[in-house]
Design a protein around this ligand. Structure first.
Ligand SMILES: *[C@@H]1O[C@H](CO)[C@@H](O)[C@H](O)[C@H]1NC(C)=O
Ligand SMILES: *[C@@H]1O[C@H](CO)[C@@H](O)[C@H](O)[C@H]1NC(C)=O
Length: 454
């Protein structure tokens, strides 16, 4: 016993400075909003979002299928059900058909790595309430009891970690048709049956079990953060949870919170500011322009083109944002080949041009409305200028950079120094672009690197 006491006394001075140096967060927005965002998130810039669950079984029109059918009673969804299913069919009957038969998380992780993504966000639970992990509080509505009989969240995490890809978990606070949620709603959210028995235990379970790097909260909009006990949860997350140092969260923690409180800003889906925001933000968007979840009625014209993706990525990063690009796998766990092709193309582009993307900062000028449009980022002593159409005369004009005597100009992926000149300081910088093989000019968006400019 004595020995133990001595050991504890010995350890204490070593342990104390580390913890006491860190302020403890209190469960209010003033304290929580002041937490610095762990730097990995701003450095990462590009992530892949994955919407998957029982909604991938009907796979028609939208992952909001259940709500359009039973919540809004949308005639198109009612007709779809009449035509394809018996009259008494209920949504949970799709659970057993969500088999994830060909789910290969190692192949997924290979694809995400090839895409150049530095983080991946998976829907651990969408508004339908089905959990992609064996949640003890989602009895008979989780991926271990019903459907795949596997821990889908855990398996993907193992392979992402091996590749040093950060792991984010999307989590919906609300569940459209959970009886406790409906009861609390009826009570105008003056009771917390659902939060106490479902939301908080599940969020704590997710954190302790999978040690995520990011929680992408959603489904907050019907009730205030005081109903969800969001500030209490976040104070625990930031002070005492096993992920307190690396965890990053978004801003969807209660009605009226988005764009105001939390970690980084997502505001609303596909949010994209037109000038430089003061606060770190992320644009989430989806390869299938009309849905986040997989749907069988997707047309090729609904899928974002390679050029659209790259241009948007650059636009977002130039304004200091992160770009979170969504795919919807099938109920079998197949990532549709068209999504694979798009992700791999982004990766090929990033392998050449990523130097100006990852860990970059917004420059003093973010864009020039010239032809072609120029967007800028900065890193260390370099400025990167992205342009999306090749000038016919092979000469690119940049208005904003002020070169010094020793400024070096190159194009990423092309080894030689480029010829550049500026007649006087208020004239554009004129860069003679290299002669390219057709292969390379098909890249569609190119990056000029200016080292040591003002
Ligand atoms: C909830 O609010 C509505 C509208 O203010 C009111 O009519 C209703 O009685 C309230 N219900 C409860 C259970 O407090
Ligand atoms: C939410 O936080 C309040 C204030 O700390 C506390 O009184 C309440 O019990 C919490 N509710 C739940 C469900 O944990």
């Amino acid at each position: 016993m004595e020995g133990t006491v001595q050991l504890v006394q010995l350890l204490l001075p070593l342990v104390l400075p580390a913890t006491s140096a860190l302020a403890r967060y209190t469960p209010d927005w003033e304290s929580l909003d002041a937490r610095p965002l762990p730097s990995w998130f701003d450095d990462a810039k590009f992530g892949v979002f994955v919407h998957w669950g029982a909604c991938s079984v009907p796979a028609w029109t939208s992952e909001w299928f259940w709500y359009f059918w039973k919540g809004e009673k949308d005639p198109a969804f009612e007709a779809f059900m009449r035509q394809n299913y018996p009259p008494d069919f209920s949504y949970p009957e799709w659970g057993p058909q969500f088999e994830a038969k060909f789910y290969n998380p190692e192949e997924w992780a290979d694809l995400f790595e090839a895409s150049g993504a530095r983080y991946v966000v998976l829907t651990s639970k969408h508004h339908e309430g089905y959990t992609l992990w064996p949640s003890p509080t989602s009895w008979n509505w989780n991926s271990m009891d019903i459907g795949p009989h596997r821990d889908l969240v855990g398996e993907l995490g193992l392979f992402l970690r091996e590749k040093n890809i950060r792991y984010g978990l999307y989590h919906s606070l609300l569940e459209w048709f959970h009886p406790f949620y409906l009861l609390d709603k009826k009570n105008n959210f003056t009771t917390q049956n659902f939060v106490k028995t479902k939301v908080l235990p599940e969020m704590v379970d997710l954190v302790n079990r999978y040690k995520p790097d990011l929680i992408w909260s959603d489904g907050e909009w019907e009730a205030p953060d005081t109903y969800w006990n969001s500030t209490e949860f976040l104070a625990w997350l930031y002070n005492d949870s096993p992920v307190k140092d690396q965890i990053v969260v978004n801003d969807r923690w209660g009605k009226d919170n988005p764009c105001k409180h939390g970690g980084y800003l997502t505001c609303y889906d596909k949010y994209k500011p037109k000038s430089l925001p003061k606060h770190k933000w992320e644009m989430c968007t989806t390869l299938d322009k009309k849905s986040w979840g997989y749907r069988r009625d997707m047309q090729i014209t609904d899928v974002m083109s390679y050029a659209e993706i790259i241009e948007e990525l650059i636009e977002v990063v130039s304004f200091g944002g992160n770009y979170l690009l969504n795919i919807g796998p099938t109920k079998d766990g197949i990532i549709p080949p068209i999504f694979q092709e798009r992700l791999r193309s982004v990766g090929s582009w990033l392998r050449i041009n990523g130097e100006g993307i990852y860990a970059s900062k917004p420059w003093r000028v973010q864009m020039e409305n010239t032809t072609p449009t120029i967007r800028y980022t900065a890193k260390d002593s370099a400025v990167y200028a992205f342009f999306n159409s090749w000038p016919q005369d092979g000469v690119l004009e940049l208005l904003s950079p002020v070169p010094r005597e020793n400024t070096k100009v190159t194009m990423l992926g092309f080894p030689e120094l480029l010829n550049c000149q500026q007649i006087s300081t208020n004239q554009p910088l004129i860069i003679t672009l290299p002669q390219l093989s057709t292969d390379f000019s098909e890249n569609k968006v190119w990056t000029i690197k200016l080292e040591d400019v003002e």
